[in-house]
Design a protein around this ligand. Sequence first.
Ligand SMILES: *Cc1c(COP(=O)(O)O)cnc(C)c1O
Length: 375
Amino acid sequence: MTATDSGSDGASAWLTVDLGAIAANYDLFRNMAGPGCLTAAVVKADAYGLGAGQVVAALENCGCPFYFVATLDEALHLRRLTAKPVAVLGGPYRGAEDEYVAARLMPVLNSLADIESWRGTAERHQVPLPALVHFDTGMNRLGLGPDEAARLRDDPEAAEGLAVPYVMSHFACADETDHPMTARQCALFLEAAALFPAAGKSLANSSGVFRSESYRFDMIRPGMALYGLNPTPEAANPMMPVVRLEARVLQVRTVRKGESAGYGATFRFEKDARTATVALGYADGFLRSLGTRGVLYWNGGRCPIAGRVSMDTVIVILGDTGPEPRPGEAMEVIGPAQDADALAVAAGTIGYEILTGLGSRYHRRYVRHAAPAIV
Ligand SMILES: *Cc1c(COP(=O)(O)O)cnc(C)c1O
């Protein structure tokens, strides 16, 4: 971004989302899936904080055939954006079943109780109501555990009349190479999936797709990597960068040796320094844990954070980064010098939390820069 266009509006910070890069990342997954395997898109949490409206429109252009969200509210929002199947990972909320039916949403059935309730709903409506069945293969988070799967094996009538296009499970450790749990989960999944021989199988999240072709089955469910996060953290990121975040410089100051910066006076200057106060704080999702640990970039040079992150501002040391920024110019927070994964490492968290915490004060711009992948 140039100084003039950054200074020409009233934003404290600018978030740029490259929808072309999301489309290219989607195409990469579709190519890996190959024919006969659907590439669903996980767009929960407002498409990982990037804006479900814009992201789903871009994915619709790619022909994305299937979407996953976490909650009923997210699914109702999505229903206004796409006519494609929308599955709700959180399951059929008790008492809200008719809302799923009215909006043609597919709950993910996470327990025998969910199965029973959804069968009841289908009976009441006198139509087969499609739903996914989720088997827990080791996360102990959601899904039918081994005991419930065994009960279903003993009493197949418990699932009679259910329309189940897909059964699914979810990896706990696919972000780590060769984690023994990943292959074990796949074996358990295959065992459980045999309960619904007519259903397609879906197991792999973004990382799982990269770990083995044998995890892809009939539908893959990437989320994070569509948004540019690295699904293979041990290696270079195979995805196109999607997010750019820049924040306005409010002031440039001289701080003298022995003085401090920020709340609590936790940071003391050992020599005179030039600092910039930047319009970015924990109210924007710029995590407080980045205090004294994180960096922003100016002209590609590192500007370490001095002291605590405030609600609306952060102080950085300009050091030897060439000509200083002037008030109104924008420093890089996420971009070519520091991706969301790198910022997450500095904050002691993961890229998912950085993206889903992107603040509502950022002025959002949607662009289509990345060239579409050659298919
Ligand atoms: C969030 C989620 C995904 C997507 O995972 P990523 O790691 O973001 O690719 C897939 N499946 C389930 C069940 C999820 O909860």
